[in-house]
Design a protein around this ligand. Structure first.
Ligand SMILES: NC(=O)c1ccc[n+]([C@@H]2O[C@H](COP(=O)([O-])OP(=O)(O)OC[C@H]3O[C@@H](n4cnc5c(N)ncnc54)[C@H](OP(=O)(O)O)[C@@H]3O)[C@@H](O)[C@H]2O)c1
Length: 346
């Protein structure tokens, strides 16, 4: 059985070691809850944890949208989810998180459907890819964090007016590692030490999980983050092969904590928490609970994604050393940023 959720505040004994997997706590079809008519979006719903999350939500009778970048994979995934859940209400909408324009187009397509939104699962992620996003951000961070930031931000109003809604960030226990954010690396091609950028991207998701409850005060929207465990998924060849090496847990089990966050009545009013693969609260490091730091990241993210109407720092000076304009303005100059803001707000 899934252990009941226990918050850190209420627990004297605390949680087990991160990554400590106790098979007996997992059940594959958790929970037998019916969420008829709830509308959900699962990013990266065509593979691994996201695919199994989508199956779980479809089994609970939700209307599920998987958001993925490959049409062929998405079509196969939709068939798989429909067949394994006996729920025809499963659809695909195109989303490439490594392009902020694609995120905006996804949101436009979803909003055009005039449906409510009750569950947003920010699951998609990359681990060891190298490069930059369409707008010139570091690829891992730009995909795992910034794309999800914009997606969530643009869907906030919809989540607020949909009654009771939940946002779930699929983070990682590696988010507990960074002691700082290397701002300058966020606008360059992925360095050799990609792990640092992966960990920072997940830390940023935790900081967003910290900031959003303040932004969503007096609404019925909750936001929590999960670490799915070490999962035999497609995120790298090693993770895929780990099944044959007898390591890690299946994607079904990896989806348990996300499904718990999405469905459990126990978490109805719980917000701003980070749960492990057994749905136990993970204590956050100081950096992830720093309110000022979370606010700074929020404001920078608004600027980077063109959602900040007022451009606070003039971005005219090109910095040769970092190869960027201004403090954290990337390759976008003032005119380009204004243009992005106008496109969004007018
Ligand atoms: N596996 C683990 O042990 C582990 C541990 C901790 C955290 N996590 C997190 O769990 C989440 C799910 O990963 P997974 O292990 O299930 O890996 P996975 O099987 O590789 O799934 C990742 C999903 O993200 C999608 N994706 C990647 N880049 C994208 C983009 N630019 N736009 C849209 N979708 C994109 C992938 O689509 P494509 O199929 O097109 O590539 C895929 O559907 C990730 O956030 C990962 O960081 C995993």
């Amino acid at each position: 059985m899934q252990r009941p959720y226990r918050s850190q505040e209420g627990s004297k004994e605390g949680r087990g070691r991160i990554g400590e997997e106790e098979e007996s706590f997992f059940i594959t079809n958790y929970p037998d809850m019916i969420l008829e008519d709830k509308v959900c979006i699962v990013t990266g719903g065509n593979s691994g944890v996201g695919l199994m999350t989508a199956v779980g939500l479809a089994k609970a009778r939700c209307h599920v949208f998987i958001a993925c970048r490959s049409l062929i994979k998405a079509e196969k995934a939709v068939d798989y989810i429909r067949q394994n859940s006996a729920n025809p209400n499963v659809e695909f909408l195109p989303l490439n998180l490594a392009s902020l324009n694609s995120v905006r187009q996804f949101v436009d397509l979803f909003l055009a459907r005039k449906l409510p939104l009750h569950i947003l699962v920010n699951n998609a992620g990359i681990f060891n890819h190298k490069g930059i996003t369409k707008e010139g951000f570091e690829l891992i961070w730009g995909t795992n964090y910034l794309g999800h930031f914009l997606l969530t931000y643009l869907l906030l109003e919809k989540l607020k007016i949909s009654g009771s809604s939940r946002i779930i960030m699929v983070a990682s226990d590696l988010a507990l590692k960074p002691k700082a954010i290397p701002w300058n690396l966020l606008v360059k091609k992925t360095p050799i030490n990609f792990l640092e950028l992966y960990s920072v991207s997940k830390l940023c998701l935790l900081l967003l999980t910290n900031e959003l409850p303040r932004q969503l005060e007096n609404t019925n929207v909750t936001v929590n983050a999960v670490h799915p465990g070490f999962v035999q998924s497609n995120i790298t060849i090693f993770y895929g092969l780990s099944k044959y090496l007898g390591l890690g847990i299946s994607p079904e089990k990896g989806a348990n904590s996300t499904l718990f966050c999405a469905q459990s009545d126990e978490l109805k009013d719980v917000t701003g928490k980070f749960l492990d693969s057994q749905s136990q609260e993970i204590p956050l490091p100081k950096i992830a609970t720093d309110i000022d730091f979370a606010k700074t990241l929020w404001e920078k993210s608004l600027l980077w994604t063109g959602c900040e109407k007022k451009i606070i720092n003039p971005i005219t000076n090109y910095d040769n050393f970092w190869g960027i304009y201004g403090l954290y303005s990337l390759k976008l100059d003032r005119t380009e940023l204004s243009h992005i803001s106008q496109t969004i707000f007018e």
